[in-house]
Ligand binder design. Structure first.
Ligand code: SF4
Length: 278
Protein backbone atom coordinates (compact mmCIF):
# COMPACT_ATOMS: atom_id res chain seq x y z
CA UNK A 1 0.00 0.00 0.00
CA UNK A 2 1.30 3.49 -0.88
CA UNK A 3 2.61 5.69 1.95
CA UNK A 4 0.13 8.41 2.97
CA UNK A 5 1.04 11.69 1.27
CA UNK A 6 2.19 14.49 3.58
CA UNK A 7 1.78 17.91 1.92
CA UNK A 8 4.50 19.38 4.16
CA UNK A 9 6.96 16.74 2.99
CA UNK A 10 5.94 17.46 -0.58
CA UNK A 11 6.63 21.16 0.00
CA UNK A 12 10.03 20.40 1.55
CA UNK A 13 10.90 18.21 -1.44
CA UNK A 14 9.79 20.94 -3.83
CA UNK A 15 11.97 23.52 -2.09
CA UNK A 16 14.94 21.12 -2.02
CA UNK A 17 14.48 20.48 -5.75
CA UNK A 18 14.36 24.20 -6.47
CA UNK A 19 17.54 24.89 -4.51
CA UNK A 20 19.32 22.10 -6.31
CA UNK A 21 18.11 23.40 -9.65
CA UNK A 22 19.04 26.99 -8.77
CA UNK A 23 22.54 25.88 -7.77
CA UNK A 24 22.95 24.18 -11.12
CA UNK A 25 21.71 27.31 -12.86
CA UNK A 26 24.11 29.51 -10.86
CA UNK A 27 27.03 27.76 -12.51
CA UNK A 28 25.96 29.28 -15.81
CA UNK A 29 24.16 32.42 -14.61
CA UNK A 30 25.62 34.70 -11.89
CA UNK A 31 22.42 36.80 -11.63
CA UNK A 32 19.70 34.21 -11.36
CA UNK A 33 17.57 36.42 -9.03
CA UNK A 34 17.01 38.80 -11.91
CA UNK A 35 16.34 36.27 -14.61
CA UNK A 36 12.57 36.38 -15.31
CA UNK A 37 12.65 33.08 -17.18
CA UNK A 38 14.29 31.41 -14.21
CA UNK A 39 11.81 32.91 -11.75
CA UNK A 40 8.96 31.77 -13.99
CA UNK A 41 10.37 28.29 -14.02
CA UNK A 42 10.72 28.27 -10.22
CA UNK A 43 7.13 29.35 -9.85
CA UNK A 44 5.89 26.71 -12.29
CA UNK A 45 7.84 24.00 -10.53
CA UNK A 46 6.59 24.96 -7.08
CA UNK A 47 3.01 25.29 -8.23
CA UNK A 48 3.08 21.86 -9.95
CA UNK A 49 4.45 20.22 -6.81
CA UNK A 50 1.92 21.88 -4.53
CA UNK A 51 -0.99 21.17 -6.87
CA UNK A 52 0.00 17.53 -6.88
CA UNK A 53 0.22 17.47 -3.06
CA UNK A 54 -3.15 19.17 -2.60
CA UNK A 55 -4.79 17.00 -5.25
CA UNK A 56 -3.56 13.82 -3.62
CA UNK A 57 -4.26 14.78 0.03
CA UNK A 58 -8.08 14.55 -0.23
CA UNK A 59 -7.63 11.08 -1.74
CA UNK A 60 -6.33 9.91 1.64
CA UNK A 61 -9.42 11.29 3.42
CA UNK A 62 -11.64 9.75 0.79
CA UNK A 63 -10.04 6.36 1.30
CA UNK A 64 -10.66 6.52 5.08
CA UNK A 65 -14.26 7.44 4.38
CA UNK A 66 -14.45 4.70 1.79
CA UNK A 67 -13.19 2.17 4.34
CA UNK A 68 -15.81 3.31 6.88
CA UNK A 69 -18.64 3.07 4.40
CA UNK A 70 -17.46 -0.34 3.14
CA UNK A 71 -17.31 -1.56 6.77
CA UNK A 72 -20.76 -0.12 7.51
CA UNK A 73 -22.20 -1.92 4.46
CA UNK A 74 -20.53 -5.20 5.48
CA UNK A 75 -21.88 -4.88 9.04
CA UNK A 76 -25.37 -4.16 7.70
CA UNK A 77 -25.17 -7.28 5.52
CA UNK A 78 -24.20 -9.37 8.57
CA UNK A 79 -27.08 -7.84 10.56
CA UNK A 80 -29.51 -8.75 7.77
CA UNK A 81 -28.39 -12.37 7.89
CA UNK A 82 -28.65 -12.36 11.69
CA UNK A 83 -32.22 -11.04 11.42
CA UNK A 84 -33.20 -14.09 9.34
CA UNK A 85 -31.11 -16.60 11.31
CA UNK A 86 -32.64 -19.82 12.63
CA UNK A 87 -29.38 -21.65 13.38
CA UNK A 88 -30.22 -22.22 17.05
CA UNK A 89 -33.42 -22.50 19.13
CA UNK A 90 -33.09 -18.92 20.44
CA UNK A 91 -34.73 -17.64 17.26
CA UNK A 92 -38.07 -19.05 18.45
CA UNK A 93 -38.38 -16.77 21.46
CA UNK A 94 -36.62 -13.60 20.34
CA UNK A 95 -38.53 -10.41 19.57
CA UNK A 96 -35.63 -8.67 17.87
CA UNK A 97 -32.15 -9.82 16.92
CA UNK A 98 -29.33 -7.73 18.42
CA UNK A 99 -26.36 -7.75 16.04
CA UNK A 100 -24.49 -4.94 17.81
CA UNK A 101 -23.90 -1.35 16.87
CA UNK A 102 -21.43 1.53 16.88
CA UNK A 103 -18.49 2.90 14.95
CA UNK A 104 -17.81 0.79 11.81
CA UNK A 105 -14.07 1.54 12.10
CA UNK A 106 -13.49 1.60 15.86
CA UNK A 107 -10.30 1.49 17.87
CA UNK A 108 -12.17 -0.28 20.64
CA UNK A 109 -14.76 -3.07 20.61
CA UNK A 110 -16.74 -4.32 23.62
CA UNK A 111 -18.12 -7.86 23.59
CA UNK A 112 -20.74 -8.97 26.07
CA UNK A 113 -22.74 -12.12 26.64
CA UNK A 114 -26.13 -11.75 24.97
CA UNK A 115 -29.17 -9.51 24.80
CA UNK A 116 -31.39 -9.00 27.86
CA UNK A 117 -35.02 -7.96 27.96
CA UNK A 118 -34.54 -4.34 26.94
CA UNK A 119 -32.06 -5.25 24.18
CA UNK A 120 -34.50 -7.87 22.85
CA UNK A 121 -37.22 -5.20 22.78
CA UNK A 122 -35.10 -2.50 21.08
CA UNK A 123 -32.78 -4.63 18.92
CA UNK A 124 -29.78 -2.76 20.35
CA UNK A 125 -26.87 -4.05 22.44
CA UNK A 126 -26.36 -2.85 26.03
CA UNK A 127 -29.32 -0.51 26.41
CA UNK A 128 -30.71 -1.93 29.69
CA UNK A 129 -29.40 -1.13 33.19
CA UNK A 130 -26.06 -2.88 32.50
CA UNK A 131 -25.80 -0.92 29.27
CA UNK A 132 -26.31 2.34 31.13
CA UNK A 133 -23.46 1.44 33.44
CA UNK A 134 -21.28 0.56 30.43
CA UNK A 135 -22.17 3.91 28.85
CA UNK A 136 -21.01 5.76 31.99
CA UNK A 137 -17.78 3.78 31.96
CA UNK A 138 -17.19 4.63 28.28
CA UNK A 139 -17.79 8.32 29.03
CA UNK A 140 -15.39 8.15 31.97
CA UNK A 141 -12.81 6.82 29.51
CA UNK A 142 -13.22 10.02 27.49
CA UNK A 143 -15.13 8.25 24.71
CA UNK A 144 -18.73 7.98 23.52
CA UNK A 145 -20.73 4.95 22.43
CA UNK A 146 -20.40 6.26 18.87
CA UNK A 147 -16.60 5.90 19.13
CA UNK A 148 -16.72 2.19 19.92
CA UNK A 149 -18.51 -0.91 18.66
CA UNK A 150 -20.59 -2.97 21.09
CA UNK A 151 -21.69 -6.55 20.36
CA UNK A 152 -22.48 -9.84 22.08
CA UNK A 153 -21.48 -13.48 21.78
CA UNK A 154 -25.08 -14.42 20.87
CA UNK A 155 -27.45 -12.19 18.96
CA UNK A 156 -30.76 -13.44 20.41
CA UNK A 157 -31.91 -13.33 24.04
CA UNK A 158 -31.49 -16.56 26.05
CA UNK A 159 -34.02 -16.96 28.87
CA UNK A 160 -34.72 -19.61 31.49
CA UNK A 161 -36.96 -22.31 29.99
CA UNK A 162 -37.24 -20.03 26.99
CA UNK A 163 -40.10 -18.42 28.89
CA UNK A 164 -38.88 -14.90 28.22
CA UNK A 165 -38.85 -14.05 31.91
CA UNK A 166 -35.34 -14.46 33.36
CA UNK A 167 -32.09 -14.20 31.44
CA UNK A 168 -29.56 -17.03 31.43
CA UNK A 169 -26.14 -17.47 29.83
CA UNK A 170 -26.19 -19.01 26.35
CA UNK A 171 -25.40 -22.73 26.07
CA UNK A 172 -22.25 -23.99 24.34
CA UNK A 173 -24.38 -25.04 21.35
CA UNK A 174 -26.00 -21.61 21.08
CA UNK A 175 -22.60 -19.92 21.28
CA UNK A 176 -21.12 -22.26 18.68
CA UNK A 177 -24.03 -21.55 16.33
CA UNK A 178 -23.76 -17.77 16.70
CA UNK A 179 -20.03 -17.11 17.01
CA UNK A 180 -19.37 -17.03 13.23
CA UNK A 181 -21.35 -13.76 13.05
CA UNK A 182 -19.15 -12.19 15.72
CA UNK A 183 -15.99 -13.40 14.00
CA UNK A 184 -17.16 -11.83 10.76
CA UNK A 185 -17.84 -8.57 12.60
CA UNK A 186 -14.35 -8.55 14.13
CA UNK A 187 -12.89 -9.21 10.69
CA UNK A 188 -14.73 -6.18 9.30
CA UNK A 189 -14.13 -3.89 12.29
CA UNK A 190 -10.43 -4.67 12.84
CA UNK A 191 -10.43 -3.00 16.29
CA UNK A 192 -7.10 -2.20 17.93
CA UNK A 193 -8.34 -3.57 21.26
CA UNK A 194 -11.23 -5.85 22.30
CA UNK A 195 -12.72 -5.80 25.78
CA UNK A 196 -14.46 -9.02 26.84
CA UNK A 197 -17.18 -8.18 29.35
CA UNK A 198 -17.63 -11.12 31.68
CA UNK A 199 -17.04 -14.84 31.80
CA UNK A 200 -19.30 -15.78 28.87
CA UNK A 201 -17.64 -13.34 26.49
CA UNK A 202 -14.20 -14.57 27.56
CA UNK A 203 -15.21 -18.20 27.10
CA UNK A 204 -17.14 -17.58 23.88
CA UNK A 205 -14.28 -15.74 22.19
CA UNK A 206 -11.18 -17.38 23.67
CA UNK A 207 -12.41 -20.58 25.36
CA UNK A 208 -10.86 -19.36 28.60
CA UNK A 209 -12.44 -19.82 32.02
CA UNK A 210 -11.80 -17.83 35.21
CA UNK A 211 -12.80 -14.20 34.74
CA UNK A 212 -11.80 -13.25 38.32
CA UNK A 213 -8.31 -14.65 37.73
CA UNK A 214 -7.88 -13.39 34.16
CA UNK A 215 -9.44 -9.93 34.38
CA UNK A 216 -6.82 -7.25 33.99
CA UNK A 217 -4.47 -9.62 32.12
CA UNK A 218 -3.99 -9.14 28.39
CA UNK A 219 -4.99 -11.99 26.08
CA UNK A 220 -4.95 -12.09 22.29
CA UNK A 221 -7.40 -12.99 19.55
CA UNK A 222 -6.04 -13.27 15.99
CA UNK A 223 -3.38 -10.68 16.78
CA UNK A 224 -5.79 -8.27 18.50
CA UNK A 225 -5.09 -7.54 22.21
CA UNK A 226 -8.03 -8.61 24.38
CA UNK A 227 -8.70 -7.25 27.88
CA UNK A 228 -11.05 -9.39 29.98
CA UNK A 229 -13.03 -7.59 32.67
CA UNK A 230 -16.23 -8.01 34.66
CA UNK A 231 -19.63 -7.72 32.99
CA UNK A 232 -21.51 -4.57 34.06
CA UNK A 233 -24.49 -6.68 35.20
CA UNK A 234 -22.13 -8.49 37.60
CA UNK A 235 -21.21 -5.11 39.07
CA UNK A 236 -24.89 -4.31 39.51
CA UNK A 237 -25.37 -7.60 41.37
CA UNK A 238 -22.25 -7.22 43.53
CA UNK A 239 -24.02 -5.65 46.51
CA UNK A 240 -21.54 -4.21 48.99
CA UNK A 241 -18.61 -5.09 46.73
CA UNK A 242 -20.02 -3.07 43.85
CA UNK A 243 -17.70 -0.10 44.32
CA UNK A 244 -14.55 -2.26 44.68
CA UNK A 245 -15.46 -4.31 41.57
CA UNK A 246 -16.17 -1.13 39.64
CA UNK A 247 -12.73 0.27 40.34
CA UNK A 248 -11.18 -3.04 39.28
CA UNK A 249 -12.96 -2.63 35.97
CA UNK A 250 -11.70 0.95 35.80
CA UNK A 251 -8.13 -0.28 36.32
CA UNK A 252 -8.64 -2.63 33.36
CA UNK A 253 -9.94 0.26 31.25
CA UNK A 254 -6.86 2.31 32.19
CA UNK A 255 -4.76 -0.46 30.64
CA UNK A 256 -6.95 -0.31 27.55
CA UNK A 257 -6.54 3.46 27.22
CA UNK A 258 -2.78 3.14 27.65
CA UNK A 259 -2.65 0.41 24.99
CA UNK A 260 -4.56 2.69 22.62
CA UNK A 261 -2.20 5.57 23.41
CA UNK A 262 -5.12 7.63 24.71
CA UNK A 263 -5.01 9.98 27.69
CA UNK A 264 -6.09 8.46 31.00
CA UNK A 265 -8.56 10.72 32.82
CA UNK A 266 -7.34 11.50 36.31
CA UNK A 267 -9.97 9.91 38.56
CA UNK A 268 -7.52 8.39 41.05
CA UNK A 269 -7.66 11.20 43.58
CA UNK A 270 -11.47 11.10 43.54
CA UNK A 271 -11.55 7.37 44.22
CA UNK A 272 -12.15 7.34 47.95
CA UNK A 273 -15.29 9.45 47.62
CA UNK A 274 -16.29 8.34 44.11
CA UNK A 275 -19.94 7.45 43.74
CA UNK A 276 -19.01 4.01 42.42
CA UNK A 277 -20.74 2.91 39.23
CA UNK A 278 -23.14 5.85 39.31
FE1 SF4 B 1 -28.99 -17.36 14.96
FE2 SF4 B 1 -27.34 -16.46 16.82
FE3 SF4 B 1 -29.94 -15.98 17.05
FE4 SF4 B 1 -29.02 -18.44 17.41
S1 SF4 B 1 -28.55 -16.66 18.68
S2 SF4 B 1 -30.80 -17.86 16.16
S3 SF4 B 1 -27.32 -18.50 15.93
S4 SF4 B 1 -28.57 -15.21 15.45
Amino acid sequence: MAEPLDPMNELRTAIRDLIEWANLERETSPVIECDPALLGELERCLSTRLKSAVAKAPTQTASTEERRSRAAAALAAIAERVARCTRCPLHRTRHRTVPGQGNPAPELMFIGEGPGEEEDRQGLAFVGPAGQLLTRLIHRMGLTREDVFIANIVKCRPTINDAGVRDRPPTDEEMAACIPYLLEQIEVLQPKVIVCLGATALYGLLHLKGISRLRGHWQEFRGIPVMPTYHPSYLLRSGGDQRARYWEVWDDMVQVLQRLGRPVPDVGRRRPSAPGPG
